[in-house]
Design a protein around this ligand. Structure first.
Ligand SMILES: [Zn+2]
Length: 216
């Protein structure tokens, strides 16, 4: 096994682990008493790592002193736009774009809780950015290795909807990436009974001199 193969199998293992975690989380959410609704919100947005918190639990205060404050939502009925501000203005205000009288809704917030949510989101975004970076590196390397397999960089199929429906996609992951069948769950190619031989060909070596034939 070459170093590159190790990199790929590590990456595949990491991906499988992440997938198992996602599935466990989905099961956990499905097990909260509500029947699964079609088109429900369990699809959710990518939230790397941590489980998503639910509604605040009644009777369970946050561990610390809240910091009360006010957040003001502004609605322009003429433009139908919403904007928030920290500035309370007596006597109302007009929209600086169209001049219409702006509607206001003042919310009482726990500034500390809001700040904590913003901090948690920034952490999640950092984790997501790291994941994106590692996936970028992985797929750039995969393209290079595919070039080695074919003997030259292949010409991709057109990026259109028809192609998308016919490509061998095993799974769309939390980042919206199309996980190829060829990379998905390598364990299924190996049979404990020994009937199915592993795929032929030395991995990770330059192809021989036969003409590139992978363009069907
Ligand atoms: Zn307006």
């Amino acid at each position: 096994m070459t170093d590159d193969d190790k990199v790929i199998s590590l990456e595949v293992r990491r991906r499988q682990k992440a997938q198992a975690e996602q599935e466990a989380q989905a099961e956990q959410e499905a097990g909260r008493g509500q029947p699964a609704r079609p088109g429900g919100d369990e699809a959710g947005e990518p939230s790397p790592g941590k489980p998503s918190p639910g509604k605040p639990l009644p009777g369970k205060p946050l561990p610390g002193k809240p910091l009360p404050g006010k957040l003001v939502w502004l609605h322009c009925p003429s433009c139908d736009t919403y904007q928030y501000t920290e500035l309370l203005v007596a006597g109302g205000r007009t929209h600086n774009v169209c001049g219409a009288q702006v509607e206001e809704a003042v919310l009482d917030i726990d500034v500390r809780a809001e700040y904590t949510l913003a901090a948690l989101n920034l952490e999640r975004l950092k984790a997501a950015a790291e994941m994106v970076e590692s996936q970028r590196a992985f797929f750039e390397e995969y393209q290079e290795r595919l070039g080695l397999i074919a003997g030259a960089r292949p010409e991709p199929y057109p990026f259109d909807e028809q192609t998308l429906q016919r490509l061998p996609v095993a799974q769309v992951d939390a980042l919206g990436l199309l996980i190829p069948e060829a990379l998905h769950d390598p364990a299924r190619h190996f049979n404990l009974s020994g009937d199915a031989p592993p795929e032929a060909g030395p991995p990770g070596e330059a192809p021989e001199d036969d003409p590139p034939s992978g363009t069907t």
